[in-house]
Design a protein around this ligand. Structure first.
Ligand SMILES: [Zn+2]
Length: 100
């Protein structure tokens, strides 16, 4: 990835969480094809909202916690390196839009 302008990303809820608590969203933009994820909300007692996020077709499962901007976490490499990532940003956007 270049250091120039980051590609614009969009997140879309493909399937809102159903009775089983599992929903599907996709992230477009960035390199390559759209990435599909499942999400399942987890109890979160330390503030914010917690989600288990599973990237389909890959083994990766990330635990994402969305709280205040300075109090969100994700287990992905991007967050470890930069302190922000598309998972926190995307789920935060869906929460603000009251889709989650
Ligand atoms: Zn992340």
């Amino acid at each position: 990835m270049g250091e120039a302008a980051a590609p614009a990303r969009t997140i879309r809820l493909v399937r809102p969480p159903a009775d089983d608590g599992v929903g599907v969203f996709r992230i477009d933009g960035g390199e390559g094809r759209p990435q599909f994820y499942t999400l399942r909300e987890l109890p979160c007692e330390i503030g914010g909202r917690g989600f288990a996020v599973h990237r389909l077709g890959m083994g990766n499962v990330y635990h994402v916690r969305v709280g205040r901007p300075d109090d969100s976490t994700c287990e992905c490499l991007g967050f470890l390196r930069w302190g922000r990532c598309k998972h926190v940003a995307g789920l935060g956007a869906l929460i603000r839009q009251k889709q989650l």
